[in-house]
Write a protein that binds this ligand. Sequence first.
Ligand code: CP
Length: 307
Amino acid sequence: MEPRKDLLDIASLTLEEIEFVLKTAGPFKELFTKSIKKVPPLRGKTVLTLFYEPSTRTRSSFEIAAKRVSADVTNFAVSSSSVVKGESILDTIDTLQAMKCDYVVVRHGAAGVPNMIAKHTKASVLNAGDGFHAHPTQALLDAFTLRETFGSLTGKKILIVGDILHSRVARSVGRICEKLGMQVGVLGPGSLIPKSRPSFMRMFHSFEDALDWKPDTVYLLRVQLERQKDQFFPSLNEYHNVYGLTDERFRRLESEGTWVMHPGPVNRGVELGDAVMNYERTLINQQVENGIAVRMAALYWLKPQTT
Ligand code: CP
């Protein structure tokens, strides 16, 4: 497979490229059971993580992944950098470019920032989430997890529940599932479902109607209160009752053997409750583990112009 310079979204990836990353991630995951989990392909390369928004999973997963392919990793702490003195993103990138980084992992609150940085630097840029736009490695790790669970995904059904409007995860996960042959349903408050959603997203108006569709997996999105400028639903309690996995809905999922996914971080008592976290068909921890293997594969695949 020809390498790309950057990984910016799912929409621009071909099916072959997606399959290549998923296939490459498999042997990387097998390393996790070995006493030495490190392989040499990025020896001598430098990975810089540049997070303008908070992150637990993505940032630490990229750091572990980069170290496991033997890269050196520098975490750029935006809050204690000259960014707080007003330095622009491009000036920051120019400064970092002078340090000859090979890969830049960037998360930013504004859509399009990773694309802008990619045009401005010879380093490979990996989008770790930009505004409402895209979160490609989340989608790749979710696809890997679904493949691990179901084998072939053709015809399988995924129901994505929650704040579709503000969710880069919903856009990227929906897109990759469609590319891999899945049926994609969406459910959420009317105010949080985009009017211009892609035609492959089948919309449901109640959780019960959506469960009658018999999804193989229910993918709960985090309620992103920090991105909502207006009040889109009356209260978190109300959200849980209408769009959350209540005890009653959870019992139905359990009896039907439906799998549950969530990108994290979880708002307990809002999207789901404690019982769901302990459910044997909850894939949340596998998603986190698989994130490392998939990010190793992405780093392995990309080729900076610096080399
Ligand atoms: N899933 C995800 O992007 O989590 P973080 O915000 O913790 O990175």
